[in-house]
Design a binder for this molecule. Structure first.
Ligand code: UDP
Ligand code: MG
Length: 335
């Protein structure tokens, strides 16, 4: 659907809207999610769908989804074989969504569905991607806020494409953007970076992120740390390159020091060997060496994962899809 057609569509209808929700252990939140999202979607277009990705929930989430999907044909369920993580669940959702406009949103209602009409409005005005940006993060803990700020600063410096601060996965994607995402073959799905890399015509709206309605956040400090590492290593090679310059600097310093030692030995004769300085320099630079190796290992590990070319997720069953969607094997390229 091109921008002209989008704008031609009147207040209600004329296009298909897909809402995509990755869901992991949300039995406490899921019903209020549908209750709040459905009327809003309905007010925009009668032709909407809610694609729920059950990311291997271990509580009653799937049972609830099954009953809800049985009563409402617009609620569809993709049940993954295990927990693949939010990023992969979201990828699955984008694969199965069929709308002209697709909006990923969290099932815990932290992405307020009341913003959807505004997102659609900006999309209709001709934008291909409409980002919902957090105005403040008061709903997050202090530590998480500090960490987020640091992360955005680091990745802003390192990455080749600027990643907008505080924009999560909550955004509207035009069909063309979704198709573009499907072309990206990588296994490490750092969605924020992928979205930023795509380009397209973008607009933003701002909002204040509320607390989750029920249940607990699935992110632990360690997961966040790994997520940040993944973000940095999948979108920048600067951590690798830095070692060339670091090594060069150290070698230059060492060379200068060598000259000094030779000169001193020639002029003043041999002095007592300095064991403490020797051992501390040795230990320090072994440490530096290991950090360098570790960073190389980070990248090598990711290369390893990429070359295995495993699918990003596996589907156990789908519920509510009219035509059984062809299993997306699109990432098997034969080149
Ligand atoms: N989620 C998921 N798989 C996971 C972790 C989370 O599908 O492994 C879903 C979760 O059900 C929710 C959304 O991703 O709908 C955001 O998760 P959460 O609220 O825990 O993250 P936070 O809002 O704290 O960043
Ligand atoms: Mg949340």
């Amino acid at each position: 659907m091109n921008p002209q057609e989008r704008m031609a569509g009147s207040g209600s209808g004329g296009f298909r809207l897909s809402l995509v929700a990755p869901i992991y252990n949300e039995e406490a939140a899921i019903l209020s999610f549908f209750a709040r999202v459905a009327p809003i979607a309905e007010s925009i277009t009668a032709d909407y769908e809610i694609v729920c990705i059950n990311d291997g929930s271990t509580d009653g989430t799937l049972a609830i989804l099954e009953t809800v999907a049985a009563t409402d044909p617009r609620i569809k369920v993709v049940d993954l074989t295990r927990r693949f993580g939010k990023e992969c669940a979201l990828t699955a959702g984008l694969d199965f969504a069929s709308g002209d406009a697709v909006i990923p949103l969290d099932a815990d209602l932290q992405d307020p569905p009341e913003l959807i009409p505004e997102l659609v409005e900006k999309w209709r005005a001709g934008n291909d991607m409409v980002l919902a940006v957090r105005r403040d993060r008061s709903s997050d803990t202090r530590a998480k806020r500090g960490f987020a700020r640091l992360f955005y600063r680091v990745i802003g410096r390192l990455g080749e494409v600027p990643i907008p601060d505080d924009a999560g996965d909550f955004r509207l994607l035009d069909r063309r953007v979704v198709e573009a995402i499907k072309l990206l073959p990588e296994r490490t799905r750092f969605m924020k970076g992928i979205f930023a890399w795509l380009g397209f015509r973008q607009a933003t709206i701002t909002y204040v992120r509320p607390r989750r309605v029920a249940g607990v956040s699935k992110w632990r400090a360690w997961t966040l740390w790994n997520f940040a590492l993944e973000g940095i290593t999948s979108f920048s090679t600067l951590p690798l390159r830095v070692w060339t310059y670091g090594g060069l600097l150290v070698a230059l310093g060492a060379f200068a020091y060598m000259i000094v030692i030779i000169w001193r030995t020639l002029v003043f004769g041999r002095d007592v060997p300095g064991y403490p300085s020797l051992i501390s320099i040795l230990l320090f630079f072994s440490g530096v060496n290991m950090i360098g190796l570790g960073i190389m290992g980070e990248y090598l590990g990711r290369v390893f994962i990429e070359v295995k070319r495993r699918p990003l997720y596996l589907v156990r069953q789908t519920i509510g899809f009219a035509t059984p969607p062809e299993a997306p094997q699109r990432r098997e390229r034969h080149d």
